[in-house]
Design a protein around this ligand. Structure first.
Ligand code: URA
Length: 254
């Protein structure tokens, strides 16, 4: 195997994060023990706060309550260490777009490109999303785009329930502050988190549903397939195209 093939083999096995700067041979004799006081600090795998899901969620809610603008909320997120994913991610992907948008897109979590750039939907999924938006005449910069999680799960694995729970208050506060008229949930994790359901995306996509920020308040929500799913299953693009036409029709009638 050459170097490229070895790297591709690692990638296919989900190994896409480098944990140290020096390569290490597992066949070499172990180095002589170093006194604890002389060791280089090891990057922790989890923060104290993230170890207690309840405390982390409460801290997240407190930060959200104190934030009266998106900028304040972003500052609060910078100081938040209740999600262990922040330790493995390169950047926080807070969200981007028009802070007064009428349409808000919610995806799942940053991927490798988003993690590098600190912006949502800039990789292959984002390029497909851009094409779909352009096809129905919606300007991306008129929308606000974010994810449930603000940090990339290693290897792009699906967010855990605990990660979703701790990031959800931030997403809900973003929705309150932006106050969009329409939310588009991209994929099952986003739809399920916002609708508090466990339905399959194939059952809930394509119909207008409601997200309730508070009792008595409703925001129109449409769930559709995630662009990453469409890249793997292009045969489903037609259904998503129909969903984007539903969105365009709704905007035209609003
Ligand atoms: N997939 C997502 O769910 N979000 C992104 O930002 C990129 C890919």
């Amino acid at each position: 195997m050459n170097e490229k093939e070895i790297l591709e083999w690692y990638l296919s096995a989900g190994v896409d994060v480098i944990c140290g700067n020096e390569p290490m041979s597992h066949n070499a004799k172990p180095a002589p023990a170093v006194a604890v006081s002389e060791r280089t600090p090891v990057r922790p795998a989890i923060t104290d706060l993230a170890q207690s899901g309840d405390a982390a969620c409460k801290n997240a809610r407190d930060i959200c309550e104190r934030a009266s603008s998106l900028e304040e909320l972003e500052k609060g997120v910078e100081n938040f260490d209740g999600c262990a994913l922040k330790l493995t991610a390169n950047k926080t992907v807070f969200g981007s777009g028009n802070p007064h948008a009428e349409i808000m897109f919610v995806g799942e979590a940053p991927g490798a490109d988003e993690d590098r750039m600190g912006l949502p939907f800039v990789g292959r999924s984002g390029q497909l999303l851009d094409k779909m938006l352009a096809a129905v005449g919606i300007a991306r910069n008129a929308c606000y785009i974010t994810n449930i999680l603000m940090w990339r799960p290693p290897g792009n694995r699906t967010p855990t329930t605990a990660e979703t729970a701790v990031c959800l208050p931030f997403l809900k506060r973003k929705i309150e502050l932006i106050a969009p008229k329409i939310i588009i949930a991209l994929g099952a994790p986003a739809a399920n988190a916002l609708l508090d359901t466990e339905e399959a995306i194939s059952r809930i996509r394509g119909k207008w549903l409601e997200y309730c920020p508070h009792a008595g308040e409703k925001i129109d929500l449409l769930a559709t397939f995630h662009p990453a799913y469409l890249l793997r299953n292009p045969a489903q693009k037609g259904k998503t195209w129909a969903d984007f036409l539903r969105l365009a029709k709704k905007i035209a009638n609003n």
